[in-house]
Ligand binder design. Structure first.
Ligand SMILES: [Zn+2]
Length: 467
């Protein structure tokens, strides 16, 4: 047997740990892992000497080509590929009618799935979709089974914004989603408190970006998380809390987690690496909801990543242009920032170089856990039989983040000027090289929609043998 490609000479890093070894790839899949001499002959050999060979990152919280991102699938997946992310999960929106909405009239969730799949034709890396429930119309419950059949097995709800839901409707939705065995994904901030604070700051002319985090304080996130997690437990739902930003909210997740089987949560790279001094330094650019918080909240993120309470690190990538950010008052700014291209190296550098974490833990929270949590069976590992989504990462190379390198349409980076050690050098998606040294070398359209199964969560916790 002659396989397509062998990657040899590097250190294989998985969620279980690190070991030198080689992998054989054929027809888009990993077909063997082990000592190079025991692997079949290959048409091409990739020398990974001095590099880590890791599963491609799986980013389960990404916004592309809708009201929360002007990135197209081509630009966003280019950023993903250059940064070592081989699969992301974007959102399929149930159309609603409102100021933030792109639509004039309400629509169905299935239509939202179709709209995003059409946009995905230009993808370079693989992608999946969460369904976003944006209206209190019980008709959506009749759609759930069809949406799940379409490979969309998780449903996002907001407790805030104009497309937010009341606790009453959310609880009912939880029952229906739990009945299907699917996953509920929650943005939790208490809406009425945020609205009141925002209105008051507007009235008082507190438009300086340093007031922004005060409009969405940590306890507001914790309050709404507490309500949502309680209801999820009562309804038997698999609960996934997105973008946990504060110690207060992470404490809530931790308090309900018990064996961790039903309550899971993510944080994002920016909550692990930046504190609220960024508002003075960068104005509205790092305005993200929930806000970037205090140094102690960063410490909490790492405490809970180490303990396993925070399962996943994502980006919450929103591709916005500078003119959507450079406005006089913070409340007129777009909320969100691009990060797909730098999330893996920024988080790696903070976690491993600055805090001494095991690189295997980075793989666990950025590759393996997100894939397992969302039913991406063939992703997030280097196990034979899975997709050959493989990234070469040079742990020695140093560089400085420069937004001029962005593949995203965003002309800025909230990490601009940050010096990193560790760089993505090659990204393979199902065996094809799609990015090398920051440049796109693959064909747009190579990326495919990944139809997901309903995941069955076992007890969570670390898979590493060490620590
Ligand atoms: Zn988001």
């Amino acid at each position: 047997m002659v396989v397509d490609r062998i990657i040899t000479g590097g250190t294989l890093v998985t969620a279980e740990g690190s070991a030198s070894g080689a992998i054989a790839i054929d027809d888009g899949r990993i077909v063997a892992v082990g000592d190079a001499e025991n692997l079949p002959d290959a048409e091409e050999t990739v020398d990974a000497t001095g590099q880590f060979v890791i599963p491609g990152a799986v980013d389960v919280h990404v916004h592309v080509d809708d009201m929360f991102s002007v990135d197209s699938y081509e630009t966003a997946t280019g950023a993903a590929a250059a940064g070592g992310t081989t699969t992301y999960i974007d959102f399929a929106w149930q159309a609603w009618d409102g100021d933030l909405s792109l639509w004039d009239e309400p629509g169905t969730l299935l239509e939202g799935v179709e709209r995003k799949r059409e946009k995905g034709a230009d993808a370079l890396v693989d992608y999946g979709l969460h369904g976003a429930i944006t209206r209190e119309d019980p008709a959506v419950f009749d759609e759930l089974a069809d949406v799940i059949d379409a490979g969309v097995t998780s449903f996002k709800m907001f407790t805030t914004y104009e497309h937010g839901l009341s606790n009453g409707f959310m609880r009912r939705a939880m029952e229906h989603i739990a009945e299907e065995g699917a996953v509920g994904v929650f943005h939790t901030e208490d809406d009425s408190v945020v609205e009141e604070l925002t209105a008051r700051f507007k009235e008082e002319g507190k438009g300086d970006p340093e007031w922004y985090p005060k409009s969405r304080p940590d306890y507001v996130e914790a309050m709404a998380a507490d309500d949502a997690v309680r209801m999820a437990k009562e309804t038997g739902l698999q609960y996934y809390g997105i973008h946990t930003s504060s110690r207060a909210a992470a404490d809530v997740i931790d308090s309900y987690r018990e064996d961790g089987s039903q309550i899971r949560a993510e944080t994002c790279t920016h909550y692990c690496t930046l504190d609220d001094s960024v508002f003075e330094e960068m104005g509205n650019l790092p305005m993200i909801a929930p806000p970037i918080r205090k140094p102690d909240d960063i410490e909490a993120m790492f405490e809970y990543i180490r303990s396993g309470t925070l399962d996943v690190v994502s980006t919450d990538h929103c591709g916005y242009r500078l003119d959507q950010k450079e406005v006089d008052n913070w409340w007129d700014s777009a909320f969100g920032a691009n990060a797909l291209q730098v999330s893996l190296p920024v988080f790696y550098d903070e976690a491993v170089n600055r805090r001494g974490l095991d690189p295997a833990l980075v793989v666990e929270v950025m590759c393996t856990n997100p894939a397992r949590t969302f039913g991406l069976e063939g992703k997030g590992t280097l196990e034979p039989g899975t997709d050959a989504d493989v990234v070469l990462f040079d742990p020695e190379e140093t560089y400085t983040i420069d937004p001029a390198d962005n593949h995203s349409v965003s002309e800025f980076s909230i990490y601009e000027g940050r010096e990193l050690q560790g760089k993505v050098t090659k990204t393979f998606v199902r065996g094809e090289l799609v990015a090398a040294d920051g440049e796109i070398v693959g064909e747009s359209g190579h990326g495919e929609f990944v139809s997901r199964e309903v995941p069955e969560w076992g007890p969570a916790g670390h898979t590493r043998t060490a620590e």
